[in-house]
Design a protein around this ligand. Structure first.
Ligand SMILES: C[S@@+](CC[C@H](N)C(=O)[O-])C[C@H]1O[C@@H](n2cnc3c(N)ncnc32)[C@H](O)[C@@H]1O
Length: 309
């Protein structure tokens, strides 16, 4: 009996040891090294980044690779938004939490120690980055897939390859006073460069495909076909009334978030009619208002399109 008891206890201990080993080795396998070292964005550049994307109190800002939390904390303190910082390095997360308390914004910010590639980011309305081009390029399909159209992305120094920025600017830091120096930041931080590049993108909706456009209350056929093709925010289009082609001009050749503006020029009773469309895309529907140039009494009409292919 005594022998049996000892056998059971020994087996349990071996089982526990084996389970612990499995857990430890799988945790070790999952451990990810930082892909980019910690180099803080100078506070003057932080300010420019936040102004460029026009952060406001209704925004939810994610800084992927948040370092000491300065972007998230500045955004919460100066612009009133909610912020989430993600960093793989536990020391950075400890610093960020301490800085948030000293800045008095701990109720509006959150810091999570994890791999940024594993983070759930779909609630973000603003994403900030200071990584490397190669890391941005791996992140690019995730941003385009997970973020809602219209979400603003701003990156310090590094671009996104073929996804061209909607705007970019150079911030010169050389001899400027830092407007955001607060005692919770290291006042003696080094700025290794006196000029910094900032890139800004708006996540585009996907409009590729064939759309049936319905214009309810104008003369002529009230259904047109619009074929759109897209690479990132760049959009090209062609339209048809029956089988007759109609020239289409996409405003700036771009979609801005989920807003598409375009003009169609069709021949009607011997004259050319310019139809200026503005529409909002949601899932497989695009709808908005249409202004027909030179048509008295028909200032703006509603239009709608559905994706058919
Ligand atoms: C250049 S610093 C930028 C810090 C901060 N965003 C700023 O602009 O001041 C990059 C940060 O990304 C973090 N990092 C690198 N690889 C990461 C990963 N895979 N997941 C999460 N954080 C990562 C590093 O620990 C570092 O703090």
């Amino acid at each position: 009996m005594e022998k049996n008891k000892r056998y059971v206890i020994k087996s349990l201990i071996s089982l526990f040891a084996a389970a612990t080993l499995i857990i430890l080795s799988s945790t070790a396998a999952q451990e990810v090294e930082p892909e980019v070292p910690f180099v803080p964005t100078p506070l003057i550049v932080v300010e420019q980044m936040l102004k460029m994307v026009q952060v406001g109190k209704d925004d939810v800002l994610y800084d992927l690779g948040c370092g000491d939390g300065r972007i998230v904390i500045t955004a919460a303190k100066k612009f009133g938004c909610r912020g989430i910082g993600i960093d793989i390095d536990p020391e950075r997360i400890r610093d960020s939490r301490k800085n948030a308390i000293e800045a008095g914004v701990q109720d509006r910010v959150q810091f999570k120690q994890m791999d940024l590639f594993q983070a759930e980011i779909s609630e973000a309305t603003v994403v900030t980055l200071y990584l490397l081009t190669e890391v941005n390029l791996r992140l690019r399909p995730i941003l385009l897939r997970e973020l809602n159209p219209g979400t603003r992305v701003v990156s310090h120094e590094f671009n996104m390859g073929k996804w061209e920025p909607d705007e970019s600017t150079t911030v010169r830091t050389g001899d400027q006073e830092n407007p955001y120096v607060e005692d919770y930041w290291d006042l003696h931080e080094m700025d290794y460069w006196d000029s910094h590049q900032v890139y800004f993108w708006i996540v585009p909706a996907n409009v590729t495909g064939t759309w049936k456009v319905t214009i309810p209350d104008i003369t002529g056929k009230n259904e047109l076909t619009l074929k759109l093709d897209q690479e990132f925010q760049r959009v090209r289009g062609e339209a048809f009334e029956g089988i007759s082609p109609i020239p289409v001009f996409i405003k700036d050749e771009k979609i801005k978030g989920n807003i598409l503006q375009f003009t169609m020029e069709r021949k009607l009773k011997g004259r050319t009619e310019s139809m200026h469309f503005e529409g909002r895309v949601q899932d497989h529907i695009m709808q908005g208002t249409l202004k027909i140039e030179g048509r008295p009494g028909k200032e703006k009409v509603k239009w709608k399109a559905r994706l058919v292919n």
